[in-house]
Design a protein around this ligand. Structure first.
Ligand code: ATP
Length: 267
């Protein structure tokens, strides 16, 4: 359910603040000056089509890729170009696209991998119980290899492994990918619970605009590496362009042409 959220922009208290990042794959520029904010305890979504640059934004935040330009500030500290390991230790944990679990490790071992930077054993054990509470099937199958799980269960494991790092910000890359509508609903209910019960801020990137807008407080729309629109999700849902191009609701009005103007470029 969407909640009333103050606009992160200008709120001055963003836990994670990304400013004008540009990220390349060799000579190919994937991200063209993206800025966004994730306030503490909120859910923020980045919507966009295939290849728009969503995954690259998350990889740049988590340190898997280095931006060529721009700044990423987490809890008052610049983190761009830090190693993924350091970023994780600071409290940003990433559940990557395609549920990249360790197939030959058991479910339990996968979860322990998520906590490898932690020394607080009791808290780690408690967090594992919490994950099992969210996804009981993981407890039932904790001694089986991850490769034996279904796609939905692997997604649950991927999210849980990220939670085992005790994140303050959880980066979720397309949790709905390849899952049935029922599983998508279940997984997003848990995403909302994680946010509500643990106060974890979540940056969610999704092609499934319906579920992302229902789940998040605030949303950004990205096209070809640029943010073209942003607003509270309750307002984004009402916009004609979003209805037409992302929610599949066509009105009798102008079709086939985006009405938004290009957002300011930050160069
Ligand atoms: P998807 O939903 O398909 O993952 P996305 O919005 O997450 O899409 P990205 O994966 O971030 O998009 O890709 C952004 C752009 O960068 C695309 O044009 C893509 O083709 C390109 N790209 C992604 N990975 C590579 C790579 N390893 N080498 C070269 N170009 C890449």
């Amino acid at each position: 359910m969407p909640r009333d959220a103050p606009s992160p922009v200008g709120a001055g208290s963003a836990l994670l603040k990304v400013t004008n990042i540009e990220t390349y794959y060799g000579p190919i520029q994937a991200i063209r000056g993206v800025s966004l904010e994730v306030p503490d305890g909120r859910i923020v979504a980045v919507l966009g089509a295939n290849g728009a640059g969503k995954t690259t934004i998350l990889k740049t935040i988590s340190g898997v890729m280095d931006p060529r330009k721009g700044q990423i500030v987490f809890d008052g500290r610049e983190i761009q170009r830090m190693s993924p390991d350091r970023v994780m230790r600071l409290g940003i944990c990433h559940a990557p696209e395609g549920r990249e679990v360790f197939p030959f490790l058991t479910v339990r071992e996968n979860l322990m991998m998520g906590a490898y930077t932690r020394r607080d054993r009791d808290a780690v054990a408690r967090d594992m119980e919490t994950c099992f509470g969210y996804f009981p099937v993981l407890q039932e199958r904790q001694h089986q290899r991850a490769s034996q799980l279904s796609g939905g269960q692997q997604q649950m494991l991927s999210i849980s492994r990220a939670l085992m790092g005790a994140p303050r910000v959880l980066l979720l890359d397309e949790p709905s990918l390849g899952l049935s509508p029922i599983l998508v609903k279940q997984i997003f209910e848990i995403v909302r619970r994680i946010n509500r019960e643990r106060g974890t801020a979540i940056l969610l990137v999704e092609q499934n605009a319906h579920i992302a807008l229902e789940t998040a407080d605030y949303g950004y729309v990205i096209e070809v590496g640029r943010i073209v629109m942003e607003d509270e999700c309750s307002r984004l849902m009402q916009k004609d362009d979003i209805k037409e191009f992302y929610l599949g609701q066509k009105d009798a009005g102008v079709r086939g042409r985006r009405r938004w103007k290009k957002k300011k470029l930050w160069r």
